[in-house]
Every structure is written in C-alpha cells, then in structure tokens.
Design a protein around this ligand. Sequence first.
Ligand SMILES: Nc1ncnc2c1ncn2[C@@H]1O[C@H](COP(=O)(O)OP(=O)(O)OP(=O)(O)O)[C@@H](O)[C@H]1O
Length: 308
Amino acid sequence: MAPIVSVSNLSKTYASGFEALKGVSLDIEEGEILALLGPNGAGKTTLISIICGIVNPSGGEVTVNGYDVVREFRETRAMIGLVPQELTTDAFETVWNTVSFSRGLHGRKPDPTHIEKVLKDLSLWDKKDNVLRELSGGMKRRVLIAKALSHEPRVLFLDEPTAGVDVSLRKSMWEVVERLRASGVTIILTTHYIEEAEEIADRIAVINGGEILLVEEKAALMTKLGRKQLRVDLAQPIEEVPQTLLSYKLSLEENGQCLIYDYDTSAERTGITALLAALAEAGIRLRDISTRQSSLEDIFVEIVEAGQ
Ligand SMILES: Nc1ncnc2c1ncn2[C@@H]1O[C@H](COP(=O)(O)OP(=O)(O)OP(=O)(O)O)[C@@H](O)[C@H]1O
C-alpha cells in the first residue's frame, strides 16, 4: 500500500540562513500513529508545518495521498488536520462558530451534525455558545482539537498535544486519539515526552539537528529497552578477561576492577547464572553485583548523541 504521507529528501533553510531540515525522508502509513520525538529545535514543527502547507520547503518533495503539498495544496490541506500548540483565533468568537468556520476554511460544506458530534466527543457541547476567552486553558485545547477535526481529516497532526495539560484532559485526549485511529485516521504527534510516545505510538521517529536519526516500530525499540547491564565489581583487579570467559563478551572497566555484561531481558536465558559460575571457576572473587536497565530515555539520548 502506498504511504498516506511521503516525505522525500526534504530540506528547509530559513531566511536567516539556518538549515532547519537537512534531507529528511519519511513514509507514513495510513492508519498508524507515529510519534516524532526530538529535543527543542530539532525541526519537528518545521517538518509538520511543511507537510501542512504552512511553511514552504527549500528542497525535496512531500505528498499526501499522492498530492503534492505545494502544487496541490488545496487537496492536501483538505485531508489534513493540525492541532497547533497555541490558539490564535478570535477570542470573541463562540466555540460553535469557530469550529464551523474552520470546516469552511478547508473547503467543506457546512455539516452541523458532524460539528455537533465533534463537540460532544470532546465534552465541549455545553460550551458551544461560550466565547473562547471565557474558556479555561484545557477547554481551549479541546477547541483546537475540535477545529482540526471539523473537516474530517484523514491525517491528523498533534504538535505537543499534552504540554501543560492536566491528567484528565490528557486521558480524554488519548481516548479521542484511539477513536480516531479506530476510524482509520492517521495520527502524527510531536512530543518531548518519551513515555507518551511509548504509550500510544505504533512507530517512533527520532529527529535531531534537522535529520531523522531513526524510525522504528515501537515494539522493536522496546526490545532494545529490554537490554540490561550486569555490573560485577571485583575483589581484586584483573589485567584482562580470562580466556574461559571470552564467549560472554564482557567489557573490563575501571582499571580492571569491574566487569560489565550486557544481556537481553527478553531472551529465554540471560546467561547470568552460567557467568557467575564461570567467574567462580576462573578464581575471580566478587565484591558486589548490580544491574541496571536502560530506559527508552537512555536509548533516546544515546541515539541523539551518536547522531551529533
Ligand atoms: N522562521 C524561522 N526563522 C529562522 N529560524 C527558524 C524559524 N523557525 C524555526 N527556526 C529554527 O529552526 C530550528 C527548528 O525549529 P522547530 O520549531 O522546527 O523545532 P522543534 O523541533 O519543533 O522544537 P521545539 O521542540 O522547541 O518546538 C530551530 O533552531 C529554530 O530556531
């Protein structure tokens, strides 16, 4: 199946001369939830702004359902919903009018039944006649989502959806995301929160310095997360790893005082029991042992640092 969004060799140099994207290529499959992870200034907003037709690329190509986002922006804009970080609409407009107007902006005919459903889904129905400035921050966030869903997009972008959001809104947001996914909508979210990506994404893309460093199924990343380290502090330092222990791929650190053993927690056998027996057999006495599990955070930091 052709990807719903295809980004190929995309670059962006701002007027200041700053190169925010350096040849990014990425295919997004229909119906998936992709999390775009990256530190501040990585290029996440620039990338989604180009896909959404808000920022012009300097080079490369982006298609949405086969349509080019620059040459055929009317078609692509109609298929895309964007939930930005902040509300910029008229504060004196009512919720109902703002959301209905947004549908029109995307070239769709009025459909009060759909708008009613969106507002009810987001628990905004009893606020439909309130003007935006009367709403709490959380409610304003809901309005942003309602606007993005007003024209029934096939692809929804959520830019930092839960930054500064309370637990209950976060929960209802993920319920909406789940329902949208079940209805076949493709969802791309940008986030700094690794746990968030872990919770809801099918795939994770890591971006830094305008480059995609990795795109991987979450499950595969979780297997990496399953890696653990056994640290064995030795009673006496050794000069080198004994021949009988070479099959364990140990690394000798801290002037020969400590052995590090990487193992896979998802493997049937970790090899720890055998390793400890082999250490005893080799006459190596231990002072202490400890284990440490790498988190997705560690993996993320490692990927970003290795890419720099
Ligand atoms: N209009 C602009 N002119 C010049 N530089 C810009 C412009 N917009 C963004 N940049 C720079 O491009 C880089 C990428 O910015 P972008 O907003 O895409 O990052 P981001 O990954 O979304 O970051 P954050 O997580 O902080 O939102 C940053 O260094 C930013 O300063």
